[in-house]
Design a protein around this ligand. Sequence first.
Ligand code: NAD
Length: 469
Amino acid sequence: MSSTIETDLLVLGGGPGGYTAAFRAADLGMSVVLVDQRATLGGVCLNVGCIPSKALLHAAKGLDDARHLQELGIEFDAPRIRPEKLRAWKDGLVARLCGGLASLARQRKVRMLTGIGKFSGPHALVMNDGQIVVFKQAIIAVGSHPIRLPFLPDHQRILDSTGALALPEIPSRLLVVGGGVIGMELATVYAALGSRVTVVEATDGLLPGCDRDLVKPLQQQVASRYEAILLGTRVVSAKASDQGVRVVFDGPEAPGPQTYDYVLVAVGRRPNGGAIDANLAGVRVDKEGVIPVDRQQRTNVSHIFAIGDVVGEPMLAHKAAYEGKVAAEAAAGGSTLNDAKVIPAVAYTDPEIAWVGLTETAARRDGIAFEKASFPWAASGRALSIGRGDGLTKVLVDPDTQALLGVGMVGPQAGDLIAEATLAIEMGAEPGDIALTIHPHPTLSETLAFAAEAYEGTLTELYLPRKKR
Ligand code: NAD
């Protein structure tokens, strides 16, 4: 017999957006039911995305560091990699974090339901086991799924990011289809583990959309380390067998057919808005599966909110968590608005690439005026001491108001360093504020101050002819 549960707030989806929204709403005194198809919280990010990939990238960094130390006269024997132990360590880390979230949910009395839920009306959700949740308000946080290339067969040797993170084995030859963030991060992992990696990217550069001066050091690193980078090239067909995958390419410089042990497909993600019968609740979903929302994350149905990947790009966990808090506070009667000025983005490649706010690519596309100053890490003692003089930090500034519009960085830890730039933009800082902030020496964080000083004309670490302003 099906049961009915009544609640103030239904949260559909338990990823970083959904669980943050559920916990915040519970803290604000609402009764909350949180539905997810997985038995664990954390969604794609924690279970099969950001966290396991960072765990494997940590292992990759250890291997790369050991290789780098050889140049300094410190030699190790060739590493022996035990994939099952690496897998168990990564899985243990994920399990520990999932356990932590489950206990946070219990402490807050958030009721968790495991299964697939779909709307059956503006105040009702039906679970695949027949249970019905009747809610006063709802937050949709159902995320996104990997895009499939329709001509690729369904086969265990053709992986999406989830399959690749399960680390079935270490392929001797791996093809990564898609030179975006996911493709390049997983290429970093498998190249370090010893796979011969080829990346095939349809556009004429890696990480499309990202400024070329930031991508250049990455492109140089991978050009020497990977078997091939095929730009302006597409996969047009593939035949999979137990022995491998035979792949046919198309493009001006496409090679002939090649055989790989595994093929990883990372050609983008698509929002899951089309899979929840949102129309039965009256919620509008566009043809891409995106649910449009206002600045309080409300859909066209005012008591139903949507957050995270399902409201569209950028599909980032930290954006989802922020939107989750906005929606929960609005649902609890608050006047919170989504007023984030900027959202930082990070590719956890080697080197890392991070940017926030305006990019040169977007400025040129949209005709936005900017001034730019850069600091090459070749002039940073700290960067050189870790063997990474190929990094770069740059600032983009509004020529009229001197406001900091954007920052881009490439180099180790760029993903951590970008947080300072994000705060600076949120606080309305000018380059002069950053330049006059004493940064610890010797650190990579100085590179932001040096780029700001380069803009101000006060940099002494380099000789830059004075610009008149
Ligand atoms: P993406 O859109 O970043 O990159 C996909 C790439 O595949 C593009 O460069 C595209 O040109 C290429 N491509 C498309 N079709 C192709 C084809 N047939 N052959 C060859 N290349 C092809 O998508 P993604 O890397 O799959 O990531 C998906 C989403 O997840 C993104 O929104 C991303 O921001 C997010 N994500 C972010 C992070 C992070 O911030 N570190 C990590 C993982 C995922």
